[in-house]
Write a protein that binds this ligand. Sequence first.
Ligand code: PRX
Length: 676
Amino acid sequence: MKKKIKKNIKKNIGKIVKIVSRDQTDVLLNEQKWYKPLKTIVKQAKIQDLEKMRKEAARNPLKFWENAAKELAWMEPWKKVLEEKKAPFYQWFVGGKCNIVENALDRHIGTPIERKNAILWEGNSGKSKRFTYGQLYRAVNRMANGLKHLGVVKGDRVVIYLQNIPETAISMLAAAKIGAVHSVVYGGFSAHALKTRVEDAEAKVVVTSDIGYRRDKTIDMKSIVDEVLQGCKCVQKVIVVKQNNEPTPTAKKRGSRRDTPRRVFPETHMEPHRDVFYNHLIAHESEECPTERMDAEDPLFILYTSGTTGTPKGVVHVHGGYMVGIHKTFQTVFDIQSKDTFWCTADPGWITGHSYTVYAPLMAGITTILFEGVQDYPKPDRLWNMVEKYNVTIFYTAPTLIRALMRYGDQWPKKHNLNSLRLLGSVGEPINPEAWRWYYTVIGQKKCPIMDTWWQTETGMFMITPFVTMSLKASSATKPFPGIQAEVVDAQGKKVAPGKGGYLVIKNPWPAMLRTIYKNPKRYLETYWKKIPGWYLTGDMAHKDKDGYFWIQGRSDDVLKIAGHRIGSVEVESALVSHPSVAEAGVIGKPDPVKGETIKAFVVLKKGVSIGARHGEELKEKLKNHVRHEIGPIAVMEEIEYIDQLPKTRSGKIMRRVLRARELGQDAGDVSTLAD
Ligand code: PRX
């Protein structure tokens, strides 16, 4: 293996030089070009003296966050801003009583905001719904009462497995209102992925729908849930949102998973004593429901995300610090004005959907858009059509989507009047300069600054981000949010020189930080706090330039970013080895111009599994479908290669770094620990 790697490196040496120098010129070119903010934007910005805000927050971060907390409603004030005694199990706003829903809904009632649009929803098929704050408040209360009648009490976990429909946000808010803990599972995840999450969370209730829509397909959500719940002891009730009353256009091709062409579904199977339709549940419920008084540190939600082992981590966020962190960052970074219509394209199944599609816009009392469909269905101008139709002022999306739409050409956005846009945002992965410039020029028409916000499921809120008054550099997330101390360090925790790459760490606690990994505090300590003691390890590599601007380079661990979605290499490997033909598998991410990364798997087949040329290809297709079925459609595997043996350390760990180096023709670095 070592010999082979050396040979490969030699063969590819020319390619390496080219790759390295191209990357460097890209970075250099961009570091030299500044994009200055327009005077009109600076003039109306709420934060006029950003440097002053930075200095004050740096001098006294606790005062800064305490002032931020005072902008929100509390049922009882806190006694202490930060408790560090059990660090890194930090506690914020200790002794404070609150509920995020009081801020997101209750406090708008009886004010002019009550009549404003809270949610504008557009479905996959183009039909739309809207909820004013008053209507949303009443819908949430009815659902909250419905949950109570099913026996849900404070602290119970409610799993929400839906597509991006209004009931997703309603269920989140309803659970939070009565003090239950929601755990939204992305509606594109498979039965296996759903099962691990339902079981780990020990959910009492699952909210789902009979079917879901995606492009010209229907997804049989309820039967996925039925499969998951076979033998499941914790779930007592299933609430089913009825979606099956859409027109049924005929579809062209049949997909895998349980995606089927549009058709009228037979009556949904409802398990007696367990399942109840959402509309039946809320039919006679009151439109008023008291908001539960929560301790600031009581959990609000668990959101599962991929890590370096096969089991996803249940990231725990709490009411108090989370609401303060997302409110302050949202208001200031996006420079929120009361007339804004904000559109974050993220599904509520991801953290972006939690923080900045649902909670922060509602706390700000502005209009937020929920979109069930996809960016290029039925045509590649779907999003631009919606920007025009709803007069979107702030548009926040992921680089993979920008790259995908850029490929269709400028004619699609140019068909629409995008003049309502004031600000643009990017999140989820590094945005390459080409995509940044297209977004800035074609979508933002050189008048909308791009807020390239770096953060994570764990951080809950923006951590490194521009402000509208800042000069930008294409592809840099710029500087840490005031009060956040981010740094780039080496493996020993020593700050590296400007321009040098290293580990991105956060040196001080922040209010919206995760509190723990659900039922696994040891994993919390080991993942984030052990490698560089005392500081939060983000898992990302970055460098800082001479102006103090941060450039995120990607993950330092075995977490993949496929079209902005986080998937652990080990999760994909476990899915592969669950196939009867596979003995072992090693998975890496390969750079991809649209998706950022794609999955390549190296597979060792079980003894006795023979593969001729044809059978080998057939098996590859089967394995791809198998992984899709085990994880969900986000786990698209581009390539599979059969090999005899995986490179491993003497202790048996797969050396993915060696596989990656072999694949990309790069130096594998230190291979002294290779077993064979
Ligand atoms: O690698 C970073 C990348 O996304 C990771 C976090 O993924 P997740 O928890 O799924 O949350 C995504 C949405 C907040 C980070 O560790 N990432 C996120 N934002 C950026 C980014 N990489 C570069 N630039 C960003 N703006």
